[in-house]
Ligand binder design. Structure first.
Ligand code: ADP
Ligand code: TYD
Length: 201
């Protein structure tokens, strides 16, 4: 089973993944948690390039780097873990590419979709949680954090990214949208209820 978490920076994805992992392990499941970009040696190198604010990266190069990192992660970890019957929880997957590189950067959607197929090796999440917050909330939560290259993309970029997520949530039945302004425990309870439904299906 493959479950992904989406939302802008600071929306609470890592917090919820940690809690869900704890819950699932307690209930006897074997769980693998990942973050994108990253999770393999190659993908962590690519992550460092993508987030390095000293680098200028063109939009298409950025897209291809995210997909290169993803393809390595899927081949090395996601597919073998799914084959072993583990529950894979990922902090972001290709919906991030649709929202950030598609809606945010404005790359043609046909290119985005084709590249998502290539980068994911055709793997599709069973369920995707979208934690919905405003950009100002994310900035407020992460104000101690040094801004990376992506986070320096500006308010209008983030408005487009949020619009992109909202469109995905409307069109994709695997999307579960949760108001990310609620407290951590309330969100966790909503996540657990949906995951239990999926497990018992
Ligand atoms: P993301 O992984 O989406 O960037 P994090 O889980 O790292 O987000 O959360 C960003 C910050 O906000 C952290 O300091 C975290 O403790 C805090 N946080 C997470 N969820 C909530 C929430 N529901 N309400 C308030 N603060 C939260
Ligand atoms: P990260 O620190 O992991 O994000 P967060 O703070 O949300 O946990 O940084 C990853 C950044 O890369 C984030 O700004 C979103 C962006 N990104 C894309 O633009 N496209 C993608 O396909 C992925 C996976 C991430």
């Amino acid at each position: 089973m493959f479950i992904t978490f989406e939302g802008i920076d600071g929306s609470g994805k890592s917090t919820q993944i940690l809690l869900l992992r704890e819950y699932l392990v307690k209930n006897g499941h074997k769980v693998v948690t990942l973050r994108e970009p990253g999770g393999t040696e190659l993908s962590e190198y690519i992550r460092a390039v993508l987030l390095n604010k000293k680098l200028e990266v063109s939009d298409i190069s950025e897209l291809l780097l995210f997909q290169a990192a993803r393809a390595d992660l899927v081949k090395t970890i996601v597919l073998p873990s799914l084959d072993q019957g583990r529950i894979v929880l990922s902090d972001r997957f290709f919906d991030s590419t649709t929202a950030y590189q598609g809606y945010g950067r404005g790359i043609d959607m046909e290119i985005i979709e084709k590249s998502n197929q290539i980068g994911s090796l055709g793997v599709l999440p069973d369920m995707t949680f979208y934690l919905n917050i405003e950009r100002s909330v994310g900035i407020d939560r992460d104000k101690e954090k040094d801004r990376d290259r992506m986070e320096l993309s500006g308010d209008e970029f983030y408005d487009r990214v949020i619009h992109g997520y909202d469109e995905l949530a409307k069109n994709e039945s695997r999307f579960i949208t949760i108001d990310g302004n609620q407290d951590v425990k309330t969100i966790h309870a909503l996540v657990v209820a949906e995951v239990e439904k999926l497990i018992n299906k």
